[in-house]
Design a protein around this ligand. Structure first.
Ligand SMILES: *Cc1c(COP(=O)(O)O)cnc(C)c1O
Length: 379
């Protein structure tokens, strides 16, 4: 089945009891049993719920994986992967990944004896050099937030395989429509379903997709034991969001390209970070492993100051100033004072996150309105 058809149909079958074409919201904590431990596959909604099962099957299909698991947030999904590890184990992680992932690793799991080695994974030789006999997991994100750096998934998968470590790819920015890391050799794909999968800025959720029954046993055991599961209503919302993933992503890509080209030609702008530009260092790899370049981008002003950036950020009228991304509406954000404010300025600038850097999540509005909005805000 092709992706556009899987997006609509995978995991979802008409309700056998009523014929309802949409998966019902099974808003129940428990299930009546005909005898002790005799039930229809569900005994308690932390362990399993039919609305969640439909979503998990759909999630697996989107990433060409055998299994999918849904969690109460993206970071809960991430934490579930870390719980596969033991004290003394080492993780090689990207040095410019999502701030919440870095916080979870460095401020929580480091204290439990897991060691995290951060490196620039865009240069895969850095990953190979960081491998030791204790490396159990490699964690990458591509494209990254907010500089749209690209890492070669297949090259890192080869390093992981040789090291006997798992490779987990945070595929939130690309979405399954643009990139399928398991096809490139990754072991686990992680999503913040809060973003493109949900797609409507109305739900917080996370997901893991992977192959192998043994890995499913371990991850499912952690999911039900730790309990960071999403409720049935949220599962319904993400199931519904997924049904339009392909048409939304097509428009995100079209609008993204138009706005990236508009910004690059603007005389107040110094640089635009978008992985579809040929002079982007990751362009060749992005072309190899992605089916499009998406609607995420950042740009720097020639007047590289927080004040100049603030002026732009507070002047847009259609584009809303907010954290998060991947919804139908366009959002603008200032990494230096918002998403990346916890990084000391010196270190932030070293990573290329300058004072005036502005991130855009381009939505699916009319591109002409978005361009006009940016034009007047930059003026
Ligand atoms: C938002 C996000 C997360 C965290 O997901 P939540 O759903 O907010 O917990 C992880 N990775 C990336 C790339 C994100 O954008």
């Amino acid at each position: 089945m092709k992706l556009n058809t899987k997006i609509i149909h995978a995991g979802v079958a008409p309700d056998p009891g009523t014929g309802a074409i949409m998966t019902p919201i099974f808003q129940t904590s428990t299930f009546v049993q005909t005898g002790p431990n005799q039930h229809k596959g569900y005994d308690y909604s932390r362990a399993g719920n039919p609305t969640r099962t439909a979503l998990e099957k759909s999630l697996a299909a989107l990433e060409n994986a055998q299994h999918g698991l849904a969690f109460s947030s993206g970071v809960a999904a991430t934490e579930t992967v870390i719980k596969l590890l033991k004290p003394g184990d080492e993780v090689i992680a990207a040095n410019d990944m999502y701030g919440g992932t870095y916080r979870l690793f460095s401020k929580i799991w480091e204290d439990y004896g897991i060691r995290f080695i951060y490196t620039n994974t865009s240069h895969t030789e850095n990953v190979a050099k960081a491998v030791t006999d204790k490396t159990k997991l490699i964690w990458i994100e591509t494209p990254t937030n907010p500089l749209m750096n690209i890492t070669d998934i297949a090259a890192v998968a080869a390093i992981a395989k040789k090291a006997g470590a798992l490779l987990c790819v945070d595929n939130t920015f690309a979405s399954p429509y643009l990139q399928n890391p398991i096809d490139q050799g990754a072991d686990i794909v992680m999503h913040s379903a809060t973003k493109y999968l949900g797609g409507h800025s109305d739900v917080v959720m996370g997901a893991l997709m992977f192959n192998g029954d043994a890995l499913r046993e371990r991850l499912f055991f952690i999911q039900k034991s730790s309990g960071a599961v999403p409720g049935p209503m949220d599962c319904f919302l993400v199931l519904r969001g997924i049904k339009t993933l392909h048409v939304r992503m097509q428009r995100h890509c079209e609008n993204g390209e138009k706005i990236a080209r508009f910004l690059a030609a603007h005389d107040k702008i110094k640089k635009v970070y978008w992985c579809g530009f040929q002079d982007n260092p990751g362009y060749a790899v992005a072309q190899k492993q992605m089916r499009g370049f998406g609607g995420m981008m950042s740009f720097e002003l020639k007047d590289d100051s927080v004040a100049a950036a603030t002026k732009v950020l507070t002047s847009t009228k259609v584009i809303a100033l907010a954290e998060s991304l991947g919804g139908v509406e366009s959002l603008i954000n200032h990494p230096a004072t918002m998403t990346h404010a916890s990084i000391p300025r010196e270190e932030r600038i070293k990573y290329g996150l300058s004072d005036s850097l502005i991130r855009l999540s381009i939505g699916i509005e009319d591109a002409a309105d978005l361009i006009a909005d940016l034009e007047q805000a930059l003026a």
